[in-house]
Design a protein around this ligand. Structure first.
Ligand code: GLC
Length: 725
């Protein structure tokens, strides 16, 4: 690639050390820093970092915050270094900055990419006001094994849903003008396949077919780049024995040669250094060479590039052209976001002082949170509750808690604004005194007398809201679990409270799908509330008391048991599929049916939606044509509601066996009571394409099933034929 004359002149003037300097990003010790999200390595103190910046040895810093101190760091880079190249300032702004939105998995449950675009935009406005240019988000890892803790950070198990949210979040972070003060540069991560770690075990190997890699894990990244992303973060895991951060076929072959990506790749934290631990590099010098020449342009935190690249270039093992190409990519991105023309963009202390996150985004946070809540069950219509005339017991360790509201990967949340469950529910009641609050148990340990107090409160109440689930440190990075269940102390609390016979509504807190057992599973009603962020209590109250009719649907399958993992809806049929009436010598578990407790796409409403039969515009789809697939949808209940209408297909026969169902489109439809509409989707051949046996990405003519349904297991299929060219 060639830069403009100004940058080409700058590049020509750079020494090797200055060029290498642009390829290093280090923890931002010059301002308040989020220290506990990474292991310690190569920690530079503030003085050392300042000196390196003056020497032109730092291309970027990360996870520090504050406009004034960021401005001073930039001043050193621009005014005190020889060439005055501005710094990029990044951070993990994953689901909000000061205002915290639901974890990305929860937000994906909204099935509203536009909502994710809005919350990403809000995060960008706040983050850039606080002295940041760049976020290491969105996380795009498709995750089919809920034992993996980072399933919380992305959009779940489905590639179409994940792809839609990928593009939406990049658009939201970027806004309309990359050079604007409130543009936050996105970083699709972790490239690639990280969500497929074997056994859901963090940092584990990934063994994956080319077809699954290309049909499931790569598409969200392609969509993110098509939406304008200019940086990508490489992953920790190896893929079929080649570490992702040294995988030239993917980092160069796919990203650059196939997709034409012109931005830069930043490694995950010390991922280049970890090539030695992988056993892929014999030493740090070889790790540097393998990572850089494979296509990782910028090294995060390890310092390997600064130490070894100059020598590798001097010895000719890395050509000057290769070095220059990496530097060009970084300079081009800095130019694209306006740093050369306006190096102090997003570093305005007055803007930070004037920022009022609550006024700006409090309502959005509440709306995003309530739109992420999934009503899993509601036996006897126990929900919504009345605001008056009944005694409510709020029981469980999350009732009053404020430390598990934000969810994993929240570095800069304004905790003073957090609304916990007790706050939100009491504020929503006509008489706040009608709410009794009892912890009942700790997150992991029983409380002396806790269950007795909880049982007493339950007996004395008309209904129990049981606030239980995973503490937030059970999900996120390095938090894989063997049993994805409610912690035993809380399960015991649930058993005792449900045994009183008082109706129980479970307010589940979780960073992944959970295997629900016993009294938790059998409670009258269950709301899946993920980690909802700043407005947790108000959003839950809005749903519990019916001010908002829950409209979210599951982006991940809820299993019957941890032992079913990995469990996902779009699996292959196998040669001996489990059939309802035939179970011997079939693909099933001895202990239980193969399927989930609650399937992908599932979610109830306080109203009732009725689907008409699927109608096709023709019984065949021409090779270059379009097929319109429609169904009527009626709100047959007595209140306004929103339904996520889902379009699924199944390719009956193909050169590689195809999933029993695949989501191809979805739409959230709002209907008043009694209102009816026709929901139509257009199907095209490219939506039926997959990596065929010959390695081509193509559709194959033949018979297909198609559904319009409320989840991945419901609906009546109709058939159509895809005609050949
Ligand atoms: C972490 C994470 C990555 C994050 C980076 C910087 O290890 O894997 O998602 O952006 O390091 O904190």
């Amino acid at each position: 690639m060639r830069l403009d004359d100004r940058l080409e002149t700058l590049l020509a003037d750079m020494t090797v050390d200055e060029k290498v300097g642009q390829l290093g990003i280090f923890a931002d010790m010059l301002r308040p820093f989020a220290a506990d999200v990474n292991p310690e390595m190569n920690e530079l103190n503030a003085g050392e970092l300042r000196e390196r910046i003056r020497a032109g040895q730092v291309g970027a810093v990360f996870n520090g915050v504050g406009a004034a101190q960021g401005r001073e760091a930039q001043r050193i880079a621009v005014e005190e270094s020889r060439l005055g190249i501005p710094l990029l300032m990044g951070a993990d702004v994953i689901h909000g900055m000061r205002t915290v939105f639901p974890i990305p998995l929860g937000e994906a449950a909204s099935f509203e990419p536009v909502l994710a675009e809005r919350t990403a935009r809000a995060a960008a406005v706040e983050a850039t006001a606080c002295g940041l240019h760049w976020t290491f988000a969105p996380t795009l890892d498709i995750a089919r094994d809920q034992r993996w803790g980072r399933v919380a950070e992305a959009a779940g198990e489905d590639v179409v849903l994940g792809t839609a949210f990928a593009a939406a979040r990049v658009r939201g972070f970027h806004g309309d003008d990359l050079t604007a003060d409130d543009c936050l540069l996105a970083t699709p991560k972790h490239f690639v396949g990280y969500g497929a770690v074997i056994g859901g075990l963090e940092y584990n190997s990934v063994e994956i077919s080319e077809g699954t890699l290309r049909d499931v894990h790569l598409p969200p990244f392609k969509a993110a780049l098509d939406a304008g992303a200019l940086t990508v973060m490489s992953a920790f895991n190896d893929i079929n024995g080649v570490p992702a951060s040294a995988h030239d076929e993917l980092l160069t072959g796919v990203l650059r040669d196939e997709w034409g990506f012109r931005g830069f790749v930043v490694s995950d934290y010390t991922a280049d250094f970890e090539l030695v631990a992988h056993g892929f590099a014999g030493d740090e010098r070889e790790a540097t060479k393998l990572s850089f020449t494979a296509g990782v342009d910028m090294s995060m935190q390890s310092g390997l590039y600064a130490t070894h690249l100059p020598d590798l270039v001097a010895s000719g093992e890395v050509s000057m052209d290769t070095l220059d190409e990496g530097v060009r990519r970084v300079l081009a991105v800095k130019q694209a976001i306006g740093l050369f023309d306006n190096p102090y963009r997003s570093l305005d202390p007055d803007a930070e002082a004037a920022l009022d996150p609550q006024a700006l985004h409090g309502e959005l946070a509440r709306d995003a949170a309530r739109r992420s809540i999934v009503l899993l069950k509601n036996d006897g219509g126990v929900l919504p509750l009345r605001r008056s005339g009944q005694k409510i017991a709020l029981i469980g360790p999350f009732a009053r808690d404020r430390d598990n509201i934000e969810g994993c990967w929240t570095l800069f949340g304004d905790k003073s604004q957090y609304v916990n469950l007790e706050d939100g529910l009491r504020a929503a009641l006509d008489d706040g005194g009608a709410l009794t609050v009892v912890d009942g148990s700790g997150f992991e340990d029983a409380i002396d007398g806790g269950i007795e107090a909880a049982v007493g409160a339950a007996r004395d109440a008309d209904v129990v809201l049981l606030a239980i689930g995973e503490p937030q440190n059970y999900s996120g990075e390095a938090q894989s679990r063997t049993r994805i269940v409610v912690p035993p102390a809380q399960q015991a609390l649930a058993e005792a409270v449900v045994a009183t016979g008082t109706p129980v509504v479970v307010l589940l807190r979780h960073g992944r799908a959970l295997a629900l057992h016993g009294a938790v599973r059998d409670a009258q009603a269950i709301l899946a509330t993920w980690f909802l962020g700043t407005q947790t209590g108000n959003a839950v109250a809005d749903v519990v008391f019916g001010d908002y009719n829950p409209s979210a649907r599951l982006p991940v399958s809820f299993p019957r048991d941890s032992g079913q993992q990995p469990l996902y809806y779009n699996r292959q049929r196998t040669g001996r599929p489990e059939l309802p009436d035939m179970q011997e010598f079939k693909s099933r578990w001895r202990e239980m049916p193969h399927g989930p407790l609650y399937p992908f796409g599932h979610g109830l409403s306080y109203t009732r939606f009725e689907y008409g039969p699927v109608a096709l515009s023709a019984d065949a789809l021409d090779w270059d044509g379009a097929l319109t697939v429609s169904a009527t949808l009626r709100n047959a209940g007595d209140r306004f509601g929103e339904e996520v209408v889902q379009l699924y297909v199944h390719d009956r026969v193909a050169s590689r066996v195809r999933p029993i169902r695949e989501l191809k489109d979805f739409r959230k439809v709002a209907l008043a009571p009694g209102e009816e509409t026709t929901v139509s989707f257009e199907l095209h051949r490219d939506q039926l394409a997959f990596t065929t046996r010959s390695g081509q990405f193509a559709a194959e003519p033949g018979l297909f099933d198609v559904w319009i349904a409320p989840d991945c297991e419901s609906g009546e299929a109709v058939q159509f034929t895809l005609r050949g060219a």
